[in-house]
Write a protein that binds this ligand. Structure first.
Ligand code: SF4
Length: 180
């Protein structure tokens, strides 16, 4: 919470470390905190966060029970710009430690920055969203960032399909009990 390893510490209000139970089976990763997250110290609490919570509910998931939410960088990039590669490179060690402690079965990347960082540098969210890829014993899936869905609601149907696929995978892995 007192990290000053990259330039982003100079303009942050709060470090937004993560939110969710320590035994969550699924880790969601976004790119970085926005304005509301910076002010509150919690990830995904603005309009995008509320939309994410709706999708989680559809998938029978929640931050209280089985989902942990974090970001590639823990401090807000000024004016919501993309985190710079060197900022990502510095901060990702915190995410590595979070992943090591949580040992999630599934990691869901929210948006391009997280998916290109964690799945593949060439990952195209519009083409490859919803696909599960195994890496080092963890299933990775990329889907749309909630802020992108607010900007372009035409993608909401695709996002819904991704979360239904996630629900099926979570049931298969025993993260949730059953699906109808
Ligand atoms: S973004 Fe990450 S590395 Fe940079 S100051 Fe914040 S916590 Fe530290």
């Amino acid at each position: 919470m007192s990290c000053e390893k990259c330039e982003l510490h100079k303009t942050r209000t709060n470090v937004v470390f993560g939110d969710g139970p320590p035994d969550a089976g699924i880790l969601f990763v976004g790119e970085g905190p926005g304005e509301q997250e910076d002010l509150s110290g919690k990830p995904f609490v603005g309009r995008g966060g509320k939309l994410l919570d709706q999708y989680l509910e559809i998938a029978e998931l929640s931050r209280e029970k089985n989902v942990y939410i974090a970001n590639i960088v823990k401090c807000r990039p000024p004016q919501n710009r993309d985190p710079k590669p060197e900022e990502q490179e510095t901060c990702i060690n915190w995410l590595r430690e979070q992943t090591r402690i949580l040992q999630p079965q599934i990691i869901v990347c929210l948006g391009r920055v997280a998916a290109q960082r964690l799945i593949s540098p060439n990952f195209l969210v519009t083409k490859e969203h919803g696909e599960f890829i195994e890496k080092s014993g963890i299933l990775f899936m990329g889907t749309f960032h909630p802020a992108a869905l607010l900007r372009d609601p035409r993608r909401k149907e695709d996002a819904l399909a991704d979360f239904l696929a996630l629900r099926a995978k979570a049931a298969e892995l025993g993260i949730i009990d059953f699906i109808e």
